[in-house]
Design a protein around this ligand. Sequence first.
Ligand code: PMP
Length: 429
Amino acid sequence: MKDFSKSKALFERAKQIIPGGVNSPVRAFRAVGGNPLFMKRAKGPYLYDEDGNEFVDLINSWGPMILGHAHPAVEEAVKEALATSPSFGAPTAREVEMAALICSIIPSVEKVRMVNSGTEATMSAVRVARGFTGRDKIIKMEGCYHGHGDSFLIAAGSGAMTFGTPDSPGVTKGTAKDTLIAPFNDLNAIARLIDENPKEIAAIILEPVVGNMGCVAPQPGYLQGLRKLCDTHNIILIFDEVMTGFRLALAGAQELYNVKPDLTTLGKIIGGGLPVGAYGGRKDIMDAVSPAGPIYQAGTLSGNPLAMAAGYAMLTQLRDNPSLYHQINTTTTAIVGGIRKQLFSKGLGYTINQVGSMFTLFFTDETVINFDTAKTSDTARFAKYFQSMLQRGIYMAPSQYEAMFVSAAIDDLVVSRVLQASEEALKEL
Ligand code: PMP
């Protein structure tokens, strides 16, 4: 058994002074048991915890570290920016370069505003959609996560066609009633909601490829169908590409599936590991944002020089090395294909979903296409697999309902290490 004693002691101390001992809930390992590991450093494909244990990292900071940890180009850029000042609170050339870079890469993004997290990006995008259309309601998909803004913490309840109910104390009924819920991959449900709420829906927001119920792909025609419905009913289509942007393709899921949203939200990779988000899209919509227009949105540290430097370095690395996507997708297919073979040889009918460099092993025999099918997973079995993998030095997302994010630092040797661990972990189940 690995020694986690320093992490354990830190967690005990943390619980006295931080709610639940962590600054973001899923880190607490609640879904898998045991103590969260406290990390000390990371390099390439590896994480090192406070006890000195080494792990292959399959989360990569929940996506941002797509080049692996401590990439020299990103590190250099941050050092260079730090030498000028970590913050001015005034416009800088870096922000202009960053905006130009994002707009040049994602054709649907004609203008972009930087913020400090994915949550800010989605909250702002929805406000802009509401302000621009003069409508109050939004549609979100059951099981999609868009950060912790009040409008998004709504579950489907018992019926997909009914008004949402608050999923977190503190979200008012008034807010909840403006968020309508539909199952992912169900165009009829969306059409019905639009019919029942004529001219009331400002926006449809979704993860075009879902990461937050585990990895779930859109079925053929789904994204195109949403685009059509939005065009017909003057609804703003928002792709939340906080996870998928610059990951599934340089221009994200919208490039992969060839569907153009009106607004896009970004985060994670665009900060190169620093706290950043962004939202952008059609010029006529973005020109409604303050101070160009009346819809207010602001941020003291927005466009922060260190974050812009890290993000710019990250995005130029990705833009200038287009073969990188082929590489990480091939690596992911090797891991997924290997696990699939192991499942087959053991007579286990579990489902693995993969899109590009995102994947999830669901402990269910059902095909997973939405939240209901994802929820058929045996989470106790997942927890056991997770702990067995951890003991073998593989750090996975500590919940069944998360995707893994493969980095370019994972080579063939690391892949065999992951597969060896998985073979043994599946045997232990
Ligand atoms: N949207 C999506 C699709 C996300 O996955 C996340 C975070 N995992 C967010 C928004 C919120 O981003 P943040 O945690 O940076 O606020």
